[in-house]
Design a protein around this ligand. Structure first.
Ligand code: HEM
Length: 400
């Protein structure tokens, strides 16, 4: 284990004796950015519009916006035509909303407005909508419900159970995912609201979650703090690092079928943080749990062997990395503990969860010091198809 620690420190560019100045990174991907040094907040993009169309779906390698709305839905029937129509309707609506436009008429006389209207007058706010397809679209209870079973991508596995999982089935799974992100909370809400409304009656929501407080994933962002008070995203894959995206994030040959190449696999875990226990833990112990100093974010000189960053680091995971794109959430009172139900909506993108999320999470589940303070309560996996050009729809390679 000691050699593991040394390996980590070497990769982190740190001698056993301590830290090298201001380098915070495991891999040199992210150094203190100009914006961070100047103490200015830089939000995603500058024009406020993120193109819905392109080689990849927006919302994956997009600098994380400030707000999240996540929806998992189930397809009610077993109709491929209905699914195809839904994905087309959703794609057209998402393209309009990403330009700050309504999804349909708002002046409809005695009829209900097509667009619900709460984003009228608000700018596009870097809105992105990312769609995903769950394993149960391909096979449910062993049944080939839509005639798509033989097209299920191998990386879209059913996630195994991990030590310590405390999953609530009502917060897990889903046939379809909508990840909405925007720099305005109302723009994000409007998008998920109208997309859910348009989905009915063909598809109905299964679980929903709103978040804010992103995990950083851009060199142009100040690294924000999570609900435990630690900077989150310091050693993340940065979206400006195209070669890391090609290597770790975009689905490719030979593991992914042609219709998925350029897409990515999303693993979503709702992770509750036991804030009461954490808040009454000493600072030294908090820092040893994560493996970094709380205020500066620097890697600890004496890194404990069960520190979160040590066990999740690429050097101990066959060099594998993931693109984290999570958000903090607050969800009222947890009836079980009668304390705040707060946590991290952990979202990560990768080319193959069998090589990335699953082995990393196995390691964390078995030994991470953080486990005393967190509980995985929700879980889902989705295949997010590649991007499309104007006139197309997400998933067209599968259903077109
Ligand atoms: C509530 C749950 C979690 C919290 C509060 C949390 C928090 C953190 C913090 C504060 C860092 C250090 C700063 C940074 O590099 O971002 C970090 C790093 C990291 N975390 Fe987590 N994390 C959580 C769950 C997970 C899970 C479930 C995974 C993957 C299965 C994961 C993977 C990673 C990775 C890969 C790193 C970077 C390690 C490195 O290369 O230095 N984390 N996390």
């Amino acid at each position: 284990v000691e050699s593991t620690r040394r390996g980590f420190l070497q990769v982190a560019g740190l001698g056993a004796g301590g830290l090298g100045a201001s380098r915070l990174l495991a891999d040199g991907d992210r150094e203190t950015s100009v914006a961070e040094a100047a103490g200015t907040a830089v939000t995603a993009g500058t024009a406020g519009v993120v193109d819905f169309y392109g080689a990849h779906q927006a919302g994956i390698a997009t600098p994380a916006q400030l707000h999240l709305q996540f929806a998992s839905l189930d397809l009610v029937g077993d109709s491929r035509a209905e699914l195809r129509q839904l994905l087309r309707t959703w794609s057209d609506a998402a393209a309009l909303m990403s330009l700050g436009k309504p999804v349909g008429p708002t002046s409809t006389g005695s009829k209900p407005p097509v667009d619900t209207g709460e984003a009228i007058g608000l700018p596009a706010s870097d809105l992105t909508v990312t769609f995903g397809l769950g394993p149960t679209l391909f096979t449910r209870d062993g049944r080939d419900r839509l005639g798509l079973a033989d097209r299920r991508p191998a990386p879209l596995v059913n996630l195994p159970s991990f030590a310590g999982d405390a999953l609530d089935p009502t917060l897990c799974g889903g046939d379809l995912a909508i990840q909405v992100c925007a720099n305005d909370p109302q723009v994000a809400f409007h998008a998920v609201h109208d997309l859910i409304r348009m989905a009915g009656p063909a598809a109905v929501p299964r679980w929903l979650l709103a978040g804010s407080g992103r995990t950083a994933n851009s060199r142009h962002q100040v690294v924000p703090r999570n609900l435990m008070g630690f900077k989150d995203g310091t050693a993340n894959i940065m979206v400006e690092n195209k070669s890391a995206l090609d290597h770790f994030v975009w689905a490719s040959k030979p593991t992914s079928p042609a219709w998925m190449r350029g897409g990515s696999y999303l693993v979503a875990r709702r992770i509750q943080i036991l804030l009461g226990a954490w808040d009454s833990t000493g600072l030294t112990s908090q820092q040893q749990t994560i493996g970094r100093e709380k205020l500066s974010g620097q890697v600890l000189a004496n890194l404990p062997t069960d520190a979160h960053i040590l066990l999740s680091a690429p050097v101990d995971n066959d060099g594998e990395r993931i693109l984290r794109r999570g958000y903090s959430y607050l969800d009222g009172i947890d009836p079980a503990t009668e304390s705040v139900a707060a946590g991290l909506m952990f979202l990560c993108y990768q080319r193959d969860p069998r090589q990335q999320f699953i082995p990393i999470q196995r390691r964390l589940a078995s030994a991470d010091a953080l486990n005393r303070f967190i509980r995985h309560v929700g879980s889902a996996i989705f295949a997010c198809p590649p991007g499309i050009s104007r006139g197309g729809f997400v998933g067209e390679g599968l259903l077109g």
